[in-house]
Design a protein around this ligand. Structure first.
Ligand code: RP5
Length: 155
């Protein structure tokens, strides 16, 4: 199973790199691209419509501002698309969030929190874990360690 990660600009890399590191922790292969829905729509169309045939099972799409990238991607593939709204200089990311979350009925985008690239990757891990016992065990272990850290926290 492979994840496709796409973002609208290199300025999104700081946020989106959390998705790379999380997938790497689980040993999940991924492909990453910078493709703007507005500045390079033909390239996005080609990338999204051929994603399935390249062995991609889940797409994570991050964008800021008028963040149409996840929605447009979802329109061009039936693969699950997880949207990461990225906070820009204005509005604290609310603009990006609303651009993603209010998709028209029939073309869903699973939108995570503003700058929630780590959770986007974990959601992809959960989907992969449904049919991959090894990843499922790694995810259980991740949750166990996370819980132990809280239980052992002294203040
Ligand atoms: C969006 O516009 C990108 O996803 C980015 O978050 C935002 C700003 O892009 P740059 O002007 O920094 O390239 O398309």
């Amino acid at each position: 199973m492979k994840v496709g990660i796409v973002m609208g600009s290199t300025s999104d890399l700081d946020v989106m790199s959390a998705a790379f590191t999380t997938l790497e922790e689980f040993g999940i292969p991924y492909e990453k691209r910078v493709i703007s829905a507005h500045r390079a729509p033909a390239l996005l169309s080609e990338w999204a419509s051929t994603a399935k045939s390249r062995g991609i099972d889940i797409i994570i799409a991050g964008a800021g501002g008028a963040a149409h990238l996840p929605g447009v991607t979802a329109a061009m593939t039936t693969l699950p698309v997880i949207g990461v709204p990225i906070s820009g200089k204005a509005f604290g990311g609310l603009d990006s969030l609303l651009s993603m979350v209010q998709m028209p009925s029939g073309i869903p985008v699973a939108t995570v929190a503003v700058n929630g690239a780590k959770n986007a990757a974990l959601l992809a891990v959960s989907i992969i874990a449904l049919s991959d016992r090894e990843i499922s065990e790694k995810l259980d272990n991740f949750r166990r360690i996370q819980t132990e850290k809280i239980v052992q926290t002294q203040i």
